[in-house]
Design a protein. Sequence first.
Length: 231
Amino acid sequence: MEFFSHSLDFQLQQNRSIVRLSPTHINLQKIDISYYCSNEKRVDLLLAEPFYVGHDGMLPWQNLRFWKDRTTLSDILSEDALIIPCKGILRACAVSLPDLWKSRCCLSNVEGFDHSVVNATLGACGHLPDLEEGPCLPFFVWQCGEFDVLSETFDVMEFDFSKQICQCQGKSQVKFTKTGVCHGFVLWINWVMDLQNSVVISTGPGHSFPFPTLTKAMKPHSSIQHLWQKL
């Protein structure tokens, strides 16, 4: 197994005719993990990029593979190793998405043809049978036409990367702040980079990539102002 050790190169090329990288570019060097294991050396810094724009078609929790990799490397980490990011917080809010809802409506039995396979393939969410749960759909919500936020933002669960991967569960309540038709919930992960919570990378409201994922699409329900509803 191998991983990459990052080192910063601050040396500038003196010859201006040569195309050169930024003075703070990152050099990558492969290191054999068995070297650390056999020589009883320990790694004191584990750094990962929590969100990569090329993964915008993924559900947010799929980036939690970092947590699994961190657990795999536990044997070579020092007891006080610095893990960056140090924590992930799954957040959500209720939304109205009429255009996306219409474009994803479930197809019923048309002219004798069963469209259940089509519904499953396309991720149909509107007018599903009562026994079927709404799908998880990876979308930039701002690209899905009209949308409106109906509730306060709330935490669903938290992931502590300083510890090894474990089972997680969470329960939240939704406080609606305006009336409207709730078509589902959008979820994203806030990546906390430091223990002081001073640096947070987020794709949530007010950030560069707002509302990356619609999940738990459900039958439309009218929200009542200040109504508390379990998710």
